[in-house]
Design a protein around this ligand. Structure first.
Ligand code: HEC
Length: 88
């Protein structure tokens, strides 16, 4: 999904990149939706590139995720955050 799976695994369980299942995140702010948006949009200093439109690919400002798409991905990630949502 959206290439995130290349690094985070098809179920966000972690692969090259860390698991996104929570509730403990490397960056504490990712427990909040605003914080996670910032992480996905801007990337991190520790190995994940920015995914936001205009930031993902400096040579093509139309490339990258729109804010709506980032929010959809976050909803999908949160659906795997069983300990945060109480599901599963
Ligand atoms: C090229 C590999 C790669 C891709 C593609 C990738 N990530 Fe990451 N991601 C990483 C790595 C590596 C880290 C750890 C970065 C760090 O510690 O600074 C990370 C960290 C994260 C974190 C923070 C996790 C934490 O514990 O705080 C989130 C959230 C995240 N990625 C979401 C995504 C989403 C959503 C996508 C798709 C839009 C995505 N990533 C695509 C490699 C990737």
């Amino acid at each position: 999904m959206y290439s995130c799976t290349q690094c985070h695994g098809g179920d966000a369980q972690g692969q090259t990149g860390p698991s996104l299942h929570g509730p403990d995140f490397h960056y504490a702010k990712n427990a909040t939706n605003k914080g996670m948006f910032e992480t996905i949009w801007n990337g991190t200093n520790g190995g994940m590139g920015a995914k936001g439109k205009g930031l993902m690919d400096p040579t093509d400002p139309t490339n990258g995720l729109k804010p709506d798409e980032v929010l959809q991905i976050q909803a999908w990630i949160r659906s795997h955050n069983d300990k945060l949502t109480g599901n599963e």
